[in-house]
Write a protein that binds this ligand. Sequence first.
Ligand SMILES: [Fe+2]
Ligand SMILES: [Fe+2]
Length: 220
Amino acid sequence: MTLPNLLLAFATFRQKVQPEWFAHIHSHGHAAARLARSFTAACVKTASKTTLDEIEFGAYMHDIGKYLIPKEILLKPGPLNESEREIMALHPVHGVEILRALPYITPTITHTVLYHHERWDGTGYPEGLAGTAIPLAARTVAMVDVYTSLRARRTYKSLLTRSGACTILRKMAGHELDPSLVHDFLKLVEGKVTMKIAKPHDPDQIVYSSLIRQTLRVVL
Ligand SMILES: [Fe+2]
Ligand SMILES: [Fe+2]
């Protein structure tokens, strides 16, 4: 069984048995993936196609561990209490447990999923890594994760405007988020540099990439 087939089976199963989780995790993963790829392609000139695929894939998958979080916590309309936060904080580790055994899951993808809640100042989880000890792909996904969440309408909040989201990102730079990534990202978002939003599926990709691309369209 190929990876896309395997993940299609997984996604179909999840959509049937956990439709609320699916809606939450899929749309968020999709937005984060497109943005993470586009940002990296625009700002990291040395990034290869394979790296871009890995970042896109990792961004899609970053919250897959939330399938193991109880619905009352994942979709709670309002802030979580202490013990609910502890359960929610397990989702990066759950995500890696889900993905670990699959083929084509590279260290970059695993690290993106595991470390997307680490913070630049070392106060994040699960390991409390700081600064550049956090893999670049994970720092990138942490940033687009915040931005896409701020720009999304959720049950408990309305969406922020682009400039409102940028103001919050600016405040998080150097604390939660990598300041130089935020600097570049804001230039893109505020339109000072052009960013081409990545298109899904290019049939001319090498085999690895096209497998990833097919998977991206069906998973989560
Ligand atoms: Fe997350
Ligand atoms: Fe997320």
